[in-house]
Design a protein around this ligand. Structure first.
Ligand code: GUN
Ligand code: ZN
Length: 482
């Protein structure tokens, strides 16, 4: 049975939805914990009890395993792992990117993934290193696309096949890859080869390549961000439309004695307190955790709890329409995340096309909020207002008469007619006392109103000491009156 994806709520380019594969259906965004059969800190059964609906494991490791390769062929993955949820398998591609070669072909790994009962199969794509030059990235992308075509030919359109999107750090190649994978009919599209970017904190480039890929991946496809495991960047990735994450980070960090939080990680040895609500942290002191005989396992359980909670928080934020506020919060925890956030905001015109019309609220959180998709959309819609000849924009509360239309002013959005006073975004937006950034953005709204209503005379009053910003942003397109 083919892979299906149903989109429920939208926020920015993020979405909640349902991913179906075989008889399994899971909520998205979702985290797929990585399970390595040879070193399980947490069992699949325990994952299930923590609310995990899907996990990912590596078919190549199974196929090379003296211990498990026969058993998994006989029992299948679900029985061997004792997990009745959705199981996705990766091919040998990650090993290929680390060791340079694998002893398996595209057809072999896919047949193997089918034979062991995997719910989602990944072809042998080539994860192009971020250091690769353009020619290499192009050549490797061509091979990947060829293997995806071969996979469809060999296993049919109904096989639960993933179509990885490669292209290195070149946005136009990522765009091309997204288009080709979509044209081949893949409804499940992992974005690949981003692990080295994330490991090096190159989040700005990550945003560039993900947005480029999302431009052409069909909207109806489920998007997996391959190897994204640190919870501090999930909100950012979800805002770009990534629906799935897979994490080995919970285990890798645990082995390294590191304690994850949604906004960064700590060396457990440096902790004097445990700032977390999970059972591991509430049932012991920091000292007890550090010296526990099963400390690595306890850390893994904590890291998982934190990671799963962040995914739940993202799903709730998307449902509420408050994802920008969560992204703003998370991206202030590291300068490279802040840089990525600015890159994301710089793509607001593209993101706006995905965003939904009405949300629960808009909280202003600083200058960055001025570039949110809701502000952009509101200001574009100003052109649709029907106005008379003489229009006054009143920026203070004093009432004026003698105009065909009187509009009010709410920064960072700009002018609004009284009919919109209670509707989103004017009504449910909360702003602190006015500041330069929001007045500047609001004045851009006045300018857009004036430029889209050339037959009307737009006059503005009540800006008081903010007049200077009016001159800078509006100039002579509208008239300032006392
Ligand atoms: N795991 C992390 N990155 C990748 C990738 O690009 N391709 C595959 N198949 N697995 C991955
Ligand atoms: Zn905890």
């Amino acid at each position: 049975m083919a892979i299906t994806f149903e989109n429920l709520d939208n926020d920015i380019a993020g979405r909640t939805g349902k991913l179906g594969a075989g008889k399994k259906v899971i909520k998205t965004p979702a985290l797929l914990p990585v399970i390595n059969p040879h070193l399980m800190l947490v069992t699949p059964k325990e994952l299930r009890a923590m609310g995990v609906e899907a996990l990912i494991t590596n078919a190549y490791i199974f196929s090379q395993s003296g211990q498990y390769s026969e058993q998994v062929r006989q029992e299948g993955l679900h029985r061997l792992l004792d997990f009745d949820g959705l199981i996705m398998t990766d091919s040998g591609s990650f090993q290929l990117s680390v060791y340079g070669e694998v002893s398996i072909t595209n057809e072999q790994t896919l047949s193997y993934q089918r034979d062991i009962g995997s719910d989602i199969w990944v072809p042998l794509d080539i994860p192009t290193s971020p250091d690769a030059d353009r020619l290499t990235a192009e050549r490797e992308l061509a091979i990947t696309v060829e293997r995806l075509r071969e996979a469809k030919e060999l296993f049919g359109n109904d096989a639960p096949l993933a179509g990885p999107v490669q292209g290195g750090i070149f946005p136009d190649l990522r765009e091309k890859a997204g288009k080709e994978v979509g044209d081949l009919g893949f409804s499940f599209c992992p974005i690949g080869a981003v692990v080295p970017l994330m490991e090096a904190y190159r989040y700005r480039e990550l945003v560039e390549v993900v947005i480029a890929a999302k431009r052409t991946i069909p909207r109806s496809s489920c998007v997996h961000l391959f190897g994204a495991g640190h919870p501090s960047m999930f909100a950012l990735a979800a805002a770009m439309g990534c629906d799935l994450f897979d994490s080995a980070a919970y285990a890798l960090y645990a082995k390294d004695g590191r304690y994850l939080t949604s906004h960064g990680s700590f060396k457990v040895d440096e902790l004097t307190d445990l700032p977390c609500a999970c059972t591991v942290c509430r049932n012991r002191t920091a000292e007890e955790l550090k010296s526990a005989h099963d400390r690595t396992r306890l850390l893994a359980l904590h890291n998982l709890a934190v990671t799963l909670a962040e995914i739940a928080r993202i799903r709730q934020a998307i449902t509420d329409g408050t994802l920008w506020e969560l992204v703003d919060d998370r991206c202030r925890n590291h300068p490279q995340l802040l840089s990525a956030y600015w890159e994301l905001l710089g793509s607001n015109a593209e993101l706006e096309a995905f965003d939904r019309a009405s949300k629960r609220r808009f909280f202003y959180r600083g200058e960055e909020s001025c570039a949110r998709t809701e502000v952009l959309r509101y200001q574009h819609q100003l052109a649709r207002l029907r106005l008379g000849e003489n229009v006054l924009v009143v920026c203070d509360a004093r009432h004026r008469e003698g105009y065909d239309d009187v509009l009010f002013f709410k920064p960072p959005f700009g002018p609004y007619p009284v009919e919109l006073k209670e509707t989103f975004p004017i009504g449910p937006s909360e702003i602190p006392p006015w500041n330069v950034a929001m007045i500047r953005q609001g004045c851009r709204g006045i300018r857009m109103l004036a430029e889209s209503h050339k037959e009307s005379k737009i006059m503005v009053t009540g800006l008081g000491s903010w007049n200077k910003i009016f001159w800078e942003e509006v100039g002579n397109t509208a008239e300032l009156i006392e």
